[in-house]
Design a protein around this ligand. Sequence first.
Ligand code: NAP
Length: 178
Amino acid sequence: MTRGFFVGRFQPFHDGHREVVEHVAEEVDELVLGIGSADVSHTVHDPFTAGERVVMVTKAVDDVDVPTYVVPIEDIDRNALWVSHIESMAPAFDVAYSNNPLVARLFREADIEVRNPPMFDRDRFEGTGIRHQMLVGDEWVDHVPDAVVDVVEEVDGVERIRTVAEDDGGDRWEAEEE
Ligand code: NAP
C-alpha cells in the first residue's frame, strides 16, 4: 500500500491542483492533502482560513478514485523540524509530491521519496492570478472546482480579499505577491 502526500497553500484550491490530485491518484493507493500555512488567513496572499480550505479541498476531491485525507499543517519557524511536524499531524505516507525546491529538500533529508507533479495549464490555473481576478472583478469561477466557488460565496471571500487589500494599502498587494 502506497500513501502519497501533496502539500500546498491552496489559496484557493484550483483546477490545476485538482489535475495534480488526479495524476497522483493514479500512482498511489491513498492520498493525504496537506493544507500548508494553515495558521495564515485574511491577507491578500492567504485570504482563506484552514477550515475554509479544508471544505474546499474535501468537496473538490470527493470523487477521486483513492481515499483522500485533508490535513491542515501550520507553518513553524524551524525548517529543519517541518517534516517531523507534518508527520506528527498527518497519516503516515511513503512519497511526497512537490515542485518546491525547499519542500523537496526537506523531505529528501528526512529520507522520504519525492516526486515532481506535472504542471497543468499554468497560464490559466495559478493561485496568484486567481486571487487577483477576484480582487479586480475579472472572471475566476471557471478556474476552480464548483465546491470552491460555493465556499468563496459562503464566506463572502471576494469582498474579504478586497477589504484586506484596502487595509494593506495599494502597495501591499504587489509586495505580498512578489
Ligand atoms: P505554495 O506556496 O502553495 O506554492 C508555491 C508555488 O508553487 C505557487 O505558485 C503554486 O501555485 C506553485 N505550485 C504548487 N504546486 C504546483 C504544481 N503542481 N504545478 C505548478 N505549480 C505549482 O507552496 P507549496 O510548495 O505548494 O506548499 C508548501 C507549503 O509548505 C506552504 O504552505 C509553506 O508555507 C509550507 N512550508 C512550511 C515550512 C515551515 O513551516 N518551516 C517549510 C516549508 C514549507 P499556486 O499558487 O497556483 O498553488
